[in-house]
Design a protein around this ligand. Structure first.
Ligand code: GLC
Length: 438
């Protein structure tokens, strides 16, 4: 035993003597492997829809090009809110075993102190490939805390076959949506599908509800929770009206269970063929088009409705990748991060996932144009998307969002009416230091 141990120590010492202690870059097949040492890196990816498989494919591509690097793809909870709670534990422990974190677009101000400043490691030319507003979003006090991996906007999914069957147009307003959803639901139930619903969305008390409710209020002229100057925008007639309207849909055109749905809960009903309309992100598109999907070639996506035609709003979503300050292999992690967010990986990942690329040239890829025909029409919407108030609230964003989605959830479940919930929320936000409207 001792002999074997000594032999091992000897081999390790020899290896260290022979290999350069730090090697800058090992480019193999055009891929920058960051190091010639044997390293293991852990990269936390998502679990919504096919996120794990898509991330593992990129990790496999990297390991094929860089055999000295082992990439572990870790998981996070499906909910953005619970993911942040999990990450806070890692940050508190200064965990060295997570190298790359997948970060929600609203978190740069929250996670900045735990991420390396990528401008110290990544050439400006590489950074310049990305949509500039994404880079601005990810820059906190001059530090670039993450590079954008993919973006997203809220979309309205609708059943083309059922709109045709009932002679209906794509709804432009929330009231049109209600009428169309009700007509289709009544018709389909009348034909024997008792599980059929008009409209599904994300109604659980978590970050996803903040996204959906922000769309309802912004598309009604009710503002954006906080405006960029920190003035509270929740307690106004437009917001109250639309929240009461959506709450009244529950149990009517939306299942009671919608108040527990995240993205996947909504997609479960939709993709089984049991909903006329769904609010979701782009990831549900390729999954709905899979060969074994009951709704393949029976749906399309468009902009969400508004109070009046043309008042549509789409919440800006998306995820970034950042390198942990506590990583034991920062240069190697940066090299992997560049591979994951780079243009070649974005083509592969976009085809699998259907979310929006963050490098404009990726939209021109011929395969993407063919398989994801909606993507180019959603490209301008990324620039026009409604941001959650994470820049003005910074490190306090998670608190603001939690206050908001808790209040909205209480309206959806019927615990409070919208007027009361929004008046209370306004006071709570004022107590938290935000400005009351004049
Ligand atoms: C999607 C979006 C993200 C958002 C989340 C809410 O993952 O990309 O930005 O916070 O949904 O559920």
């Amino acid at each position: 035993m001792l002999k074997r141990l000594l032999a091992l120590v000897f081999v390790v010492a020899l290896t260290l003597a022979v290999l350069p202690a730090t090697s800058n870059v090992a480019a193999q097949g055009g891929v920058d492997c960051g190091t010639t040492d044997n390293v293991t890196l852990t990269f936390i990816s998502g679990t919504v829809g096919n996120e794990q498989d898509a991330a593992k494919k990129l990790a496999d591509n990297y390991m094929a090009a860089c055999p000295n690097v082992t990439v572990n793809v870790g998981t996070r909870p499906t909910s953005s809110t619970l993911t942040l709670a999990q990450y806070q534990l890692y940050f508190d422990a200064q965990a060295p075993d997570v190298d790359i974190y997948m970060l929600d677009v609203i978190w740069p101000g929250i996670v900045a102190e735990h991420m390396v400043d990528l401008t110290e490691y990544v050439e400006q030319d590489f950074i310049d490939q990305f949509v500039p507003s994404n880079i601005v979003n990810n820059t906190v006090d001059g530090r670039l805390v993450a590079l954008p991996w993919f973006a997203g906007v809220g979309m309205l999914y609708y059943r083309t076959d059922l709109l045709d069957k009932y002679g209906l147009d794509v709804p432009q307003t929330w009231d049109d949506l209600y009428t169309a959803a009700k007509t289709i639901q009544d018709g389909e139930r009348g034909e024997g599908n008792g599980d059929f619903w008009g409209f599904v969305f994300q109604g659980n008390a978590y970050e996803g509800l903040t996204c959906d409710a922000l769309e309802w209020q912004a598309s009604s002229g009710g503002g954006t929770i906080l405006n960029p100057e920190g003035v509270i925008e929740v307690n106004n007639p437009e917001t109250i009206e639309v929240l009461d309207k959506i709450a009244a849909w529950i149990g009517d055109i939306s299942p009671e269970a919608v108040t527990t749905f995240e993205e996947e809960g909504a997609r479960g009903v939709w993709q089984a063929g049991n909903a006329a309309f769904m609010r979701n992100w782009g990831y549900a598109y390729p999954l709905g088009q899979a060969d074994d999907s009951p709704i393949k070639d029976k749906f399309n996506v468009t902009t969400l409705p508004g109070k009046e035609a043309g008042m549509s709003a789409a919440t800006l979503g998306g995820w970034q990748l950042g390198v942990s300050r506590y990583s034991a292999n920062i240069p190697a992690a940066v090299a992997l991060l560049k591979f994951l967010v780079g243009p070649e990986s974005q083509v592969v990942y976009t085809l699998d996932r259907g979310e929006q690329p963050t490098i404009p040239s990726v939209y021109d890829d011929p395969q993407i144009k063919e398989q994801l025909p909606y993507l180019s029409s959603f490209r301008p919407m990324l620039e026009a998307a409604t941001a959650r108030p994470s820049t003005v609230s910074g490190a306090d964003y998670a608190n603001v969002s939690e206050m908001y989605f808790t209040a909205v959830h209480s309206v959806l479940t019927g615990e409070a009416d919208a007027a009361q919930a929004m008046a209370d929320l306004e006071l709570a936000l004022a107590d938290a230091g935000y400005q009351l409207p004049q």
